[in-house]
Design a protein around this ligand. Structure first.
Ligand SMILES: *Cc1c(COP(=O)(O)O)cnc(C)c1O
Length: 373
């Protein structure tokens, strides 16, 4: 390993996941993987290129800057900005040639002005809040009114009405069904006025669990990266993890009873043992909550993190395992038969897999497969 820590990004796995999702939705539903937050920490540029190679229809992002980044990489691919745009960001999104999400009648004017100034007819997806209680309008009449204004503008193109599920990962489908029926009902009315209007709703959990949520376009995020939207085992849905996180053994030390490792002396050896220092810490996104709790793989074996996670280092007890300076340490991923998944790390931290990969900081280089020796 060249760097102290690296995140390896398996683009073949990402393509496999796109193909798996395509198979689930069929050829007629648009596949729009979500590459927000630097592709959930995986690195948006190489992930976007791989997704395009896998034949996706468009790329969804949350922000104008993210849209611009994707556009810099690919002059053609359709882009959809899902998130709210601050006044200064509208122009950026329009110049990136992205479609924009709108729900506020007041906001149409600024999108229209930006589109006119850029000389670019801009696609609009009108957001209907069917129960997420976040962005979008709760009122179907407001949604229809916004759609009418968009359709009437020569600078805008009405593309879709869409919503977002609050609990598609819940085993009880009642609330998702309610949200789905709200979108269907309004969609039926809207399509009578605007033929060809698209509807969309599905995130990863919905794509995987309920084909009736697919409508005309799906927006899977976490599943594209081979993580399980239900926080369990991605293999259960034929998804392959894309990211693995590695570092190496920087020192190997023999500890006698009473000796401690790390800040605050939160771990003290009770018997003679061996402790290694691995140069990766919370400054790299290995959360401090894993202190005395997390595990890593060394030599194909699970080893316990001991002591406090510091900014640049962790300490790991290897006991009687034969370990040398330079040995590879895997924090997420596999060695031999053993694996640590982002889902398992998340469970220890009482959070979700999404947060585990998003937390990996910019200090860690993302190395796409094929570029690594
Ligand atoms: C992030 C996001 C998604 C993707 O969600 P996953 O659970 O990662 O599949 C889809 N739609 C919207 C609006 C989002 O913000």
């Amino acid at each position: 390993m060249y760097e102290r820590a690296e995140a390896r990004i398996d683009l073949a796995a990402l393509k496999h996941n796109c193909a798996e999702l395509r198979q689930r939705v069929g050829p007629d539903v648009e596949l729009a993987p979500v590459l927000k937050a630097d592709a959930y920490g995986h690195g948006a540029a190489h992930c976007a290129a791989a997704a395009v190679e896998a034949g996706v229809d468009r790329i969804a992002v949350a922000t104008a800057r993210e849209a611009l980044q994707i556009r810099a990489m690919d002059p053609e691919v359709p882009i959809l900005v899902l998130g709210a745009l601050a006044p200064g960001a509208v122009e950026t999104a329009v110049i990136a040639g992205a479609d924009i999400s709108v729900w506020d009648p007041q906001f149409i004017g600024s999108v229209e002005a930006a589109a006119r100034a850029a000389g670019r007819v801009t696609g609009v997806h009108v957001k209907y809040d069917t129960g997420m209680g976040r962005l979008g309008s709760f009122d179907p009449e407001v949604v229809l009114a916004v759609a009418r204004s968009v359709a009437a503008s020569p600078d805008l193109r009405l593309e879709a009405i869409w919503t977002h599920f609050a609990s598609a990962d819940d085993p009880d489908p009642a609330f998702t069904n309610l949200q789905k029926s709200r979108l269907s009902e309004l969609g039926e009315r809207a399509r009578a006025i605007f033929p060809g209007l698209k509807l969309h709703a599905a995130n990863s959990a919905a794509v995987v669990s309920d084909a009736t949520t697919h409508f005309d376009l799906v927006r899977p995020g976490v599943a594209v990266y081979g993580m399980d939207p239900f926080g369990r085992d991605p293999a259960a849905h034929n998804l392959r993890p894309v990211l693995s996180l590695h570092s190496y053994v920087a020192t190997v030390k023999r500890f006698e009873p009473g000796m401690s490792a790390g800040y605050g002396r939160t771990w003290i050896a009770r018997e003679p043992t061996t402790v290694v220092t691995v140069p990766v810490g919370y400054g790299d996104g290995v959360r401090r909550g894993l202190s005395n709790l997390g595990e890593v793989l060394i030599g194909g074996r699970h080893c316990q993190m001991v002591g406090t996670v510091s900014m640049d280092n962790i300490t790991v007890e290897v006991g009687d395992l034969s370990v040398s300076v330079g040995d590879e340490v895997t924090l997420i991923g596999s060695q031999g038969e053993e694996t640590i998944t982002a889902e398992q790390v998340a469970a220890k931290l009482d959070t979700i897999n999404y947060e585990v990969t998003c937390a990996i900081s910019p200090r860690v280089p993302r190395i796409p497969s094929g570029e690594r020796e």
